[in-house]
Design a protein around this ligand. Structure first.
Ligand SMILES: Cc1ncc(C[n+]2csc(CCOP(=O)(O)OP(=O)(O)O)c2C)c(N)n1
Ligand SMILES: [Mg+2]
Length: 429
């Protein structure tokens, strides 16, 4: 820098580079995470103007206290049966994740992503939405599919990219697409689902339909331009859509500070767009249910979109390709002040006299057996490297109604090369 461009009476400019509070080896103390009591947040009427409750974008809506009691204005007062269903769906998601994670470690698939510690985010929402509301998820909302009754074997076939895979091996494992369950194709390109959800919601309104859309992205993904254009469109047209931001504190190895968490909350993004914003305890299935129900009613009555920040914690690695011990303290998951979503709902039901340890253990065993049986069935269709994948020829199909000449040429070239290498043309190898 030349001396002429620097004024000696001013300090040199500097950038702030965020740094996470804890790195490997550090002792963890989350004392600065504010956890308000369950009766701290008021529940506005769903027809109130968004600017009348900005406080809810900075607080934390909660229903379940850490001792397992439920209270406050947001308490949805669900029946024990409804809560037991949510508990079961969370436990099923965990059992499914555990089994498929292990399958990846055994070399049966190339990739898997768990939702450990975040199960309430999907299960609470799926319980509150209508079954035909359209979901535009990211890769950590497998709980929605499991709640809506998707066949476990179908999901596993996709993970194994085997000959039973309805997506014909064209999507990365776990990037499901389930039209019959209102579950839009997952894309690896972060946040593309946000404008797609708004477009779908606008189309639903334009047609005079009654179905609404819901979408999910991680806190890191809010840094994408798509997030912001989606918010603008949704605000302008009051699109019937629910935006979920799953703030699990980490975006692979980048902490939430790199997406703006040091400056404000993610729910506060809603304030700038003039849409309703709620920051909620994402490890509290009843709070997720209550907030989603509220946002769904708002959307269904043409009051416009809601942005819900689910404050939660990614308890394990980003994916099977990640090793969190390299960048964060191993003490974080256990120190997380909002606990485990399954334990919290379980304890609540036990406190009500509607559940007990023995029933919980029996349920876990039953779910583990169910997942194991499905896995056995799916593996009959093949696993990674066992040759029972989709025929090679099919990779040229499915994009154009009629295959264009350049693809026909490439297909012929592939067949010729495989024939000269001695591979059966069109075969499964
Ligand atoms: C457009 C785009 N940029 C970067 C990536 C690489 N990438 C995949 S997942 C991920 C982290 C996302 O973190 P977050 O949004 O917080 O979601 P989480 O994984 O925590 O659920 C990144 C950077 C990508 N897939 N797409
Ligand atoms: Mg994240």
């Amino acid at each position: 820098m030349s001396d002429a461009s620097r004024r000696s009476n001013l300090p040199p400019l500097a950038l702030h580079v965020p740094e996470p509070k804890f790195r490997p080896g550090d002792a963890v103390d989350f004392a600065d995470v504010t956890v308000p009591p369950v009766d701290a947040a008021r529940r506005p009427d769903t027809s109130e103007r968004a600017d009348a409750f900005h406080d809810l974008a900075f607080g934390l809506v909660r229903v379940l206290d850490m001792d397992g009691t439920a209270g406050g204005q947001w308490n949805p007062r669900l029946s024990p049966d409804a809560m037991r269903r949510m508990l079961r769906n969370m436990a099923l998601t965990r059992a499914f994740d555990e089994r498929m994670f292990r399958a990846q470690r055994q070399g049966k698939t190339s990739f898997y992503m768990k939702s450990l510690g975040e199960e309430a985010v999907s299960i609470g929402a799926a319980a509150a939405l209508a079954d035909d509301d359209m979901c535009f998820p990211s890769y950590r909302q497998q709980g929605i599919l499991l709640s809506r009754g998707c066949n476990l074997v179908d999901m596993m076939n996709q993970i194994y990219s085997n000959r039973g895979d309805k997506l014909m091996g064209r999507q990365l494992p776990i990037m499901y697409s389930e039209k019959d369950f209102g579950f839009f194709s997952i894309s690896g390109n972060l946040t593309t689902q946000y404008p797609q959800a708004v477009g779908w919601a606008m189309a639903s309104a334009a047609k005079g339909d009654t179905r609404i859309a819901a979408t999910w992205c991680g806190e890191g993904s809010t840094a994408e331009g798509d997030f912001h254009s989606a918010c603008t469109f949704a605000s302008v047209y009051r699109a019937p859509v629910i935006f979920n931001v799953v703030n699990n504190q980490w975006a692979i190895s980048s902490f939430s500070g790199f997406a703006g968490a040091e400056a404000t909350t993610f729910a506060a993004r809603a304030v700038g767009y003039g849409i309703a914003g709620l920051r909620i305890d994402g490890n509290d299935a009843l709070a997720v249910y209550a907030a989603t129900k509220w946002a769904a009613e708002r959307a269904r009555t043409n009051q416009g979109p809601t942005l819900i920040e689910h404050f939660t914690y990614r308890a394990e690695g980003h994916s099977t390709s990640d090793d969190p011990t390299q960048y964060r303290s191993a003490g974080e998951p256990n120190a997380w002040p909002l606990g485990d979503p399954i334990v919290r709902l379980r304890d609540h039901l036990i406190g009500l006299g509607e559940w007990d340890e023995a029933r919980h253990a029996a349920m876990d065993k039953e779910l583990s057996d169910q997942v194991k049986a499905a896995q056995k069935e799916a593996e009959k269709n093949g696993i990674l490297g066992h040759g029972m994948h989709q025929p090679f020829d099919t990779m040229f199909e499915g994009v154009f109604e009629e295959m264009p000449p350049h693809l026909r040429e490439q297909q012929a070239q592939m067949r010729a090369e495989r024939a000269s290498a001695g591979v059966t043309v069109g075969g499964n190898l």
